[in-house]
Design a protein around this ligand. Structure first.
Ligand SMILES: [Zn+2]
Ligand SMILES: [Zn+2]
Length: 263
């Protein structure tokens, strides 16, 4: 039980039934390549047999300690000799585990990031050129699952809190849209341009100066003509239109609120 909870806590496994994370594969692959001795059962087996031999007084404690010291030294030598390769491949495994999908604005990887005040969010690896973000709840361990949203191509997110049932947040984009729609209907406020991820005050001003003042205007105007009147790239406008449509249509379904206590 202790070993299994440790594996969960260190994000080597997730889910039920248990599945290894990318980090787990990275650790095993890396060690097999660069320090194979500690991935094999021989070392443990030898030492356990030695314990028996000590009990039977066939060898001394001192001999076993000396033997295990030599084994460990050999393992450390192996690890230290490949320090750089081990570091790189573990870093890559951790990075891959944080990828949620592809950015609809610029095509870079979207990854789980942590802000200065500890708030977590989905951010674009094209930052600072691309400022696409989606919010994530504050508490719990975030696991990127293999399930993928058909609309946004993003992996579903699961939040794990100790002692609680895991909360399947689903696609972070759908979750955000549902939350916006819910917030909008609670305050009887129509969703507006600023609700679209990626539209900050500056883009909003440019859109408004170009005659696009509402979500409806955004979705019903030809992207090429918006691009011309605002100087914003057509790719961005098409992505915004897509978000605007899902915000507008998301109004009918209730959704989870990021960070809500319903988990
Ligand atoms: Zn981006
Ligand atoms: Zn989605």
């Amino acid at each position: 039980h202790d070993i299994i909870s440790k594996l969960y806590a260190r994000a080597y496994i997730h889910g039920n039934p248990i599945r290894p994370t990318k980090t787990a594969y990275a650790v095993v692959d890396t060690l097999q390549r660069h320090a194979p001795a500690i991935t094999k059962p021989e070392m443990t087996r030898t030492l356990e047999n030695d314990m028996l031999k000590i009990a039977e007084q066939k060898i001394t404690k001192g001999e076993v300690i000396e033997e295990s010291r030599q084994m460990l030294e050999a393992v450390f030598d192996e690890l230290l000799a490949h320090r750089k390769e081990i570091e790189d491949s573990l870093r890559e495994g951790l990075r891959v585990d944080r990828i949620v999908g592809r950015c609809s604005l610029c095509g870079s990887d979207l990854i789980i990031r942590r802000g200065r005040r500890g708030a977590r969010f989905v951010g674009c690896s094209g930052y600072p050129e691309c400022r696409f973000t989606l919010p994530l709840p504050r508490g719990g361990m975030i696991v990127v699952t293999e399930r993928r949203c058909e609309t946004h191509g993003m992996n579903h997110i699961r939040i794990i809190n100790r002692g609680k049932r895991p909360w399947d947040l689903g696609c972070p984009y759908c979750n955000f849209n549902n939350w916006q729609a819910k917030k909008g209907s609670e305050t009887r406020r129509m969703p507006e341009l600023g609700d679209i991820p990626g539209i900050g005050p500056k883009s909003r001003e440019r859109l408004e100066n170009g005659g696009i003042k509402t979500l409806d205007a955004l979705v019903s105007t030809d992207p090429a003509s918006i691009a011309e009147s605002t100087g914003i790239s057509i790719k961005k406008i098409i992505a915004w239109q897509k978000s605007a449509r899902s915000i507008i249509s998301g109004g009918e379904q209730g959704g989870e609120v990021p960070g809500s206590s319903t988990c």
